[in-house]
Design a protein around this ligand. Structure first.
Ligand code: SF4
Ligand code: SF4
Length: 434
């Protein structure tokens, strides 16, 4: 009874804390400016199934894709075992599904989990080596120094401990059956590990303690992981699904008009229009473009929380490759950091350190060639370019700050209706014969 109460208390506290934290993040995201992502639901479901469930874009790079796929499948199948842990915890039973008569099916599922756990263990070591020993360039950039690197390593450590606890429980349970001459569960790996590790020297009490430590250790790692998620890039485990569902379905490179400008122009052209048109929740008065994270749309904010910091965007960014300051991954990380800061201090908090300037510099945003390679490459359909463009829009339209290379072109558009230095009257001159 005491263990059931303890289990119930830990579970409810952990799930409650997690729900509260995630609800806070969702609330922050919803405060973003409006954008319509509800059209073509069929296409949206398909995109989510292919990109998030099917990991389609991950397979552009086969080695990390296979490693990540092992994690992904193991994560999904282990949920069956987790379900049993919950039933055991609330009923005081042990291996509920096995004793419920699922014998061979149960053995098959746990054996699959054991195989996947071994593969995941190997994948975890490889991931760790790629980040810390081989030092792949995309995992060793400036923006990953400090907390982001520790965050990635913490999760790998969680994973290793979780696997060790699973095997501790399974092996001790197998050893208990062996010791009492009740045969074996038949788990693919631990049925052989049990005699090899414990032989016949272990007392049943010791095995029971080891099984209990494995069970509780496994559970506590899950709860720890769950409550760590909202503070980590690993939130993408949850947010990748809505983020891909709400993807931009327009062809890459198709620009959207600025609603604020369109409204003003519409009013100039048609004075009969109602001036007080719908404006966003945080848009009174609404800025042209974005200066801070609270000027971005909810989808851009969801993007920021869905970023896995994998750096695939940065590794294909031509600006980054040619030594410019720009890194699209950093754009997403900065946006999330600033949003988290606003979330802590109030959404309209103004400390004079907005996203543009204090986090992302003008040099970074003007280094972008707007090629869309980052958008194309992102495995969860994040769009760093749209944030860069909105920051530029703010600079140009509100602060009249334009790089000198562009001023000539803009003046020409204003005077000649075209980017070139010719009078509109001369436009067809090229057709004239010499
Ligand atoms: S759109 Fe900009 S940020 Fe993205 S890859 Fe191209 S240059 Fe880099
Ligand atoms: S934006 Fe996409 S590609 Fe870039 S780091 Fe984040 S998840 Fe990876």
């Amino acid at each position: 009874m005491v263990s059931i109460l303890l289990f119930a208390t830990v579970s409810l506290a952990s799930l409650g804390l997690f729900t509260w934290k995630v609800a806070g993040i969702v609330k922050q995201i919803k405060l973003g400016r409006p954008t319509n992502r509800s059209e073509r639901p069929g296409e949206r479901w398909k995109t989510m199934l292919l990109v998030a469930f099917g990991q389609k874009k991950m397979f552009n790079r086969p080695i990390p894709a296979v490693l990540h796929f092992v994690f992904y499948v193991a994560f999904i199948i282990t949920q069956i075992e987790l379900l049993e842990v919950f039933i055991d915890g609330f009923t005081g039973s042990h291996r509920y599904f096995y004793h419920a008569g699922l014998g061979s099916l149960y053995t098959a599922v746990i054996s699959t989990i054991e195989f996947l756990s071994i593969l995941t263990f190997v994948a975890t070591i490889i991931f760790f080596a790629r980040r810390n020993l081989i030092k792949l360039p995309r995992f060793n950039m400036q923006e990953l120094r400090g907390w982001p690197r520790q965050d990635a390593n913490f999760i790998l450590l969680f994973e290793l401990l979780l696997i060790l606890f699973i095997f501790m429980m399974n092996t001790a349970d197998e050893a208990l059956l062996l010791e009492s001459n009740h045969g074996s569960y038949g788990f693919a790996i631990s049925q052989y590990l049990a005699p090899a590790l414990f032989g016949s020297d272990y007392a049943p009490q010791t095995l029971n303690i080891l099984s209990g430590v494995g069970w509780w250790g496994h559970l506590l790692m899950v709860f720890l992981f769950l409550n760590y998620l909202p503070y980590s890039k690993h939130l993408h485990i949850l947010f990748a699904f809505p983020n891909t569902y709400f993807s931009n379905l327009n062809p890459l490179g198709k620009w959207t008009n600025m609603e604020t400008v369109q409204r003003e122009v519409g009013l100039m052209l048609d004075p009969s229009l109602e001036p007080n048109l719908e404006v966003g929740e945080n848009s009174d008065p609404q800025r042209f473009g974005a200066k801070d994270a609270n000027d971005l749309t909810w989808k851009q904010l969801l993007d920021a929380y869905s970023c896995t910091e994998c750096g695939r965007c940065t590794s294909v960014c031509p600006a980054n490759q040619t030594g410019k300051l720009l890194s699209p991954r950093k754009v997403m990380m900065d946006t999330r950091d600033r949003l988290a800061e606003l979330g802590t201090n109030g959404y309209n908090f103004d400390d004079g350190k907005p996203l543009l300037g204090a986090y992302i510099t003008e040099e970074e945003i003007w280094a972008c060639t707007s090629c869309n390679a980052c958008v194309q490459e992102c495995p969860v359909n994040i769009d760093p370019l749209s944030i860069l463009i909105d920051l530029r829009r703010y600079l140009v339209m509100e602060e009249s700050k334009v790089p000198s290379e562009l001023t000539g072109m803009l003046t020409n558009i204003e005077n000649n209706g075209a980017p070139w230095q010719f009078s509109p009257a001369d436009r067809l001159k090229w057709t004239e014969e010499n």
